[in-house]
Design a protein around this ligand. Structure first.
Ligand code: VAH
Length: 323
């Protein structure tokens, strides 16, 4: 049975639906740090929900024991921009939370997936076609927590035999749940504004290239990596995965093909811009392709078409005649 922490977040909410589809709702347990009746975000009713505060190891252990969990998908985490606003809270949740989860996984013999991020690279990392194995000196507290998390997860594998695996996610774009406090969030909000108001004020500078991925591909990466035989993996924490790399101008032009009257201007958020400038322009995911058959399905064009179609329905916005 699979426990998802941070199940109400951008990845968690969509991953829950996908895992229920594949493995059945009786094999999935969703969790978040809030009591069910206090959750601001929507709890998915099909699967059981448990309150799991990753800062309370006894809560994690109790849920793992009661539900006979053998796999943990650990998504509870603070993202980059929110982390820069409160580094102490990020460190506590991202690192002490991860440590508690790893300790329960060690004691209860669970396998565990922990996402890393392109944020695990820093200004001294080669920026173009960033290799799987290279310099990792991130300059954000989020990136520091991600590279520390990668090292801690590899340690738990080599020292205690815990089956830990992870991928370095790029910016993720989805229409089910909004991202919370990331630097790449502009690439999600641009779609909502294009449809709702026809205008978007972008907080990341033109020419800032970052790796991005459509959520269906991100979910497939988690599932495919977790279903790969352990002895096939040379790397573990964490694999570079990507699907595309674009800057605000390129995604703007792609959306404009569908919404011709769409306009965009800029009001750069200097904190987010500094974070974005410290990340790669594009990463090399050939090692994931080789070791476990990673392959994205969506590129900028097909993602944009699907996002606009799905958001029109979600926002109940009819397709305006192109003229
Ligand atoms: C963030 N969406 O912006 C996350 C992700 C690579 C970006 O880690 O913080």
């Amino acid at each position: 049975k699979i426990l998802i922490t941070g199940a109400l977040g951008q990845i968690g909410s969509e991953l829950t639906l996908k895992l229920i589809e594949i493995y059945g709702s009786k094999n999935i347990v969703t969790s978040s740090h809030c009591n069910r009746n206090e959750c601001k975000k929507k709890v998915i009713d099909e699967a059981p929900y448990e309150k799991v505060d990753v800062l309370k190891p006894e809560e994690i252990a109790e849920v793992v024991e009661n539900h006979k969990i053998d796999t943990i998908i650990h998504l509870a985490s603070i993202l980059s921009a929110k982390g820069e606003a409160n580094p102490h809270r990020l460190w506590n949740i991202n690192m002490n939370g991860l440590y508690n989860i790893l300790e329960v996984a060690r004691e209860k013999r669970c396998r565990i997936f922990v996402p890393s991020s392109i944020a695990a690279f820093g200004p001294s990392t080669p920026m173009d076609n960033t290799p799987q194995d290279t310099i990792q000196r991130p300059s954000t507290i989020y990136g520091i927590s991600k590279v520390s998390g990668e090292l801690l997860c590899d340690y738990y594998f080599h020292r205690f035999g815990v089956d830990t695996r992870g991928v370095r996610f790029p910016g993720l774009i989805s229409h089910v749940a909004l991202p919370g406090g990331g630097t790449t969030d502009y690439a999600v909000h641009i779609f909502y504004e294009a449809l709702k108001t026809g205008h978007f004020t972008c907080n990341i500078r033109a020419g800032t290239y970052m790796d991005m991925m459509y959520m269906p591909d991100a979910l497939n990466a988690i599932i495919k990596l977790m279903e790969t035989d352990s002895d096939k993996l040379t790397h573990r924490n964490a694999f570079n995965v990507t699907a595309m790399s674009f800057d605000p101008e390129e995604i703007y032009k792609e959306i404009k093909k569908h919404i011709p009257h769409f306009t965009m201007d800029y009001e750069v958020d200097e904190v987010k811009q500094k974070i974005a400038d410290s990340w790669p322009n594009s990463i090399d995911d050939s090692v994931a392709r080789k070791e476990w058959g990673w392959k994205p399905e969506y590129n900028l064009s097909s993602m944009t078409t699907d996002m606009i179609e799905k958001l029109r329905k979600k926002l109940n916005i009819e397709k305006k005649p192109l003229v």
